[in-house]
Structure formats: structure tokens, C-alpha cells
Design a protein. Structure first.
Length: 188
């Protein structure tokens, strides 16, 4: 069995691939798709920003901090921005477009880890770093994206025994992860 962790979409007609995990809104023509995980975005930062001269206690406190932007966009669906999060959180006096802009998710994540500002991050990118206490999520407010992760395979292969076993296992793991997250609560 080959596991390919490439960021490019597998070409089921050309590549020797039986199944994949795709990011999107769930419409993948010619493929059997099953929802696994949704993305939520929320501010994260280095723990040292909580102890600085302007601790983050309420969303409006972000006006004293540098906002870190990942200027990534999807060809489909909605990827929330700082403006979306600030509106949902009720923070009115924060410049949603100001701060530092990056075109690479790993670089903006490194900036957050280094204490250079507050990053509007997605769950899958930062959950392990929050668990390890390298990043903190100072606010409970989260904004949902309509983009998520899907198990996909060609429609003609969807009933193959090995595909069903892999699919069911991945879906069960994703469901258990969602359940554990919900049981733990929204604040970390």
C-alpha cells in the first residue's frame, strides 16, 4: 500500500491511487465523497502574548496586537478572514486588514509561534500545538468555513471491500476526533 501525502489532487485516471482525502466543499465530480472534518478558524498566539503589556482578555484587545494573515484563498467555498471573525466576536475597533500578510501557512504559523502576532488559524493546523501548549486560543469564538476534508474515491470503486474498510476506519477516526473535541469543550 502506498500513502502519498502530496498537496496536489490525485488524478484517479492517471495516478495509481485508489482513494484520497480532499479539501473542499464536497463536490467532486465523478467521485464518491464522504465528509470527515470541518474547518473552524479562531485566533491563536504564543502564550507570552497573554502575559505582555496588553494581555488578550476580550476580542477588542486585539487592537494592541499585530494580526497575522494567511493570504490563501480557495477556488471554491468560503475561507473566513479576520473581518469575519471580528464581526462574529463583536470587536469593532480592530483593523481587520492591518498587520502582517503571508502567502504560506507554515511561515505565518512560525510567526505566531515566535510571538510576532495573533494568527486566525484553522483547527487542523494548530490543534497539536495547542495541546502541546506552544500556542493558546485566547477566545472561545470560532468562525466556520464551508470547506472541509472528504474521503473520496472513484464512484466505480466505492464498493470495493478494501475501500470500504479504509473509508469506514477513517470516518470513525474523524468522528471520534470530533467527539473528543466536543467533550473537551471549546476553550483550550
Amino acid at each position: 500500500m502506498l500513502l502519498d501525502a502530496s498537496r496536489r489532487y490525485a488524478d484517479f485516471a492517471r495516478d495509481q491511487v485508489d482513494a484520497a482525502i480532499r479539501f473542499g466543499i464536497g463536490r467532486f465530480p465523478g467521485l464518491d465523497a464522504h465528509f470527515m472534518l470541518a474547518e473552524e478558524l479562531f485566533p491563536v498566539c504564543s502564550p507570552k502574548l497573554l502575559r505582555g503589556p496588553h494581555p488578550l482578555k476580550v476580542p477588542g484587545d486585539l487592537r494592541h496586537h499585530t494580526l497575522l494573515h494567511n493570504d490563501w484563498s480557495s477556488r471554491e467555498g468560503n475561507w473566513p478572514t479576520w473581518q469575519d471573525w471580528l464581526s462574529q466576536a463583536g470587536a469593532k475597533d480592530v483593523d481587520a486588514k492591518g498587520g502582517l500578510h503571508f502567502n504560506d501557512g507554515l511561515v505565518v504559523l512560525e510567526a505566531a509561534l515566535g510571538g510576532q502576532g495573533v494568527y486566525l488559524a484553522n483547527t487542523t493546523a494548530v490543534q497539536d500545538l495547542i495541546t502541546a501548549k506552544k500556542l493558546v486560543a485566547p477566545f472561545a469564538v470560532r468562525v466556520k468555513s464551508d470547506l472541509g476534508y472528504y474521503f473520496v474515491c472513484p464512484a466505480h470503486a466505492a464498493r470495493r471491500r478494501e475501500i470500504l474498510i479504509l473509508r469506514d476506519w477513517l470516518l470513525a477516526e474523524a468522528a471520534a476526533d470530533r467527539q473528543a473535541h466536543d467533550n473537551k469543550g471549546r476553550t483550550t
